[in-house]
Design a protein. Sequence first.
Length: 115
Amino acid sequence: MRRTIGSLALEAVLPRSRADELVLAVNEIATNAIVHGRSPATVRAWRLDDELVFEVSDSGSGIKDVLAGQLTPSKAGLGGRGLWLTRLLCDAVEIRNGVGCTVSMHATAPSYSLA
C-alpha cells in the first residue's frame, strides 16, 4: 500500500518529501482502520485535475469524537497521534460515519498540462 501511494504521489509530480508525507498520512489512517475499526478495511486512491484523494474505509462504528485529530495530543498518552498527524500532513481530511467509517484525505497536486 505504501509503495502504491508513494508512486501515485510521484506520478502527480509531487516532490519526494511531499510523497513521503502522504504515505505516512495514509498509513496512519489505514493502521487505525485495522486496529480500531472492523474488517474489511480498504484503501482507495485517485487523481483529480488538481488533487490526489486517498480514502480508507472499514466496517467499524466510526469516529464519534467531532474533535478527533483537531487538538494536539497529550504528551503523556501512548496513542492518539495518527489522525492528528494526518490532519497536519494533508490539505483536507474528512470523516464520514454511517455504514462503517471512511476517512478521505486530500492533497493538492499540480494540474494536468495539455500542452
